[in-house]
Write a protein that binds this ligand. Structure first.
Ligand SMILES: O=P(O)(O)OC[C@H]1O[C@H](OP(=O)(O)OP(=O)(O)O)[C@H](O)[C@@H]1O
Ligand SMILES: Nc1ncnc2[nH]cnc12
Length: 195
């Protein structure tokens, strides 16, 4: 089914409180998230949110809901490469803030801070331009999935190294049995859905 732009509206942020937004988002996640066993390697249960993002109503619900708990507390949004970019750009546009990219190694052309970490299925390095944010900028960090937490721990460390203040971390889906939230102890972490 193709949803036209005019019909793509979900629950307008002004028409429903947090419950309405969160409920719309949770429903969309439960209906549309695909679960793929043994990807990208044996034993991993991969939660694929692309069907959520490709559905106009679901995407709007998720974008509105992931930002809502942090309303008024951030001056910029940081998206973690790559899936976090989808949410961060949308939230930044919707809230009239700037968006910065926390990128995989070797992608940013100017001076960077770097942080390496372990993933559920491998290792990675993230980088942030040293001069993309004004000192003291309050930054909302967004990503699609919280698993072990290594990615968000690294992203927050880079932002603080750059002189920013992390307003919080928002994710669509938290894989509760992988301990990611514990690794972010003390931070303002909000997941739309925990499985
Ligand atoms: O909590 P963690 O154990 O760190 O895992 C969560 C991260 O894993 C995935 O990214 P991935 O590194 O697979 O890159 P991608 O977004 O480019 O697919 C996901 O988008 C999160 O960023
Ligand atoms: N199991 C998983 N599903 C989707 N994204 C992930 N990132 C890290 N672990 C993941």
């Amino acid at each position: 089914m193709t949803i036209s732009g005019a019909d793509a509206g979900g629950t307008p942020a002004t028409a429903a409180g947090p419950t309405g937004l969160a409920a719309d988002a949770t429903d969309a996640i439960d209906r549309l998230c695909a679960v793929v066993p043994d990807f990208p390697s044996p034993g991993i249960v991969f939660r694929d949110l692309t069907p959520v993002f490709s559905d106009a109503r679901a995407f709007r619900a998720v974008v509105d809901a992931v930002a809502e708990p942090f309303a008024g507390s951030f001056d910029a949004v940081a998206g973690v490469e790559a899936r976090g970019f989808l949410l961060a750009a949308a939230v930044a546009y919707a809230t009239g803030t700037g968006v910065v990219t926390v990128r995989k190694a070797g992608k940013l052309p100017r001076a960077v801070y770097s942080a390496s970490y372990d993933l559920e299925y491998g290792q990675a390095t993230l980088e942030l331009h040293q001069s993309d944010l004004p000192a003291g900028a309050r930054v909302l960090v967004l990503d699609d999935v919280l698993a072990t937490g290594g990615t968000l721990v690294a992203a927050c460390a880079l932002l603080e190294q750059a002189g920013a203040v992390v307003a919080g971390c928002g994710v669509v889906l938290e894989l509760g049995d992988l301990g990611g939230r514990a690794s972010l102890a003390g931070r303002n972490v909000h997941a739309l859905r925990t499985v």
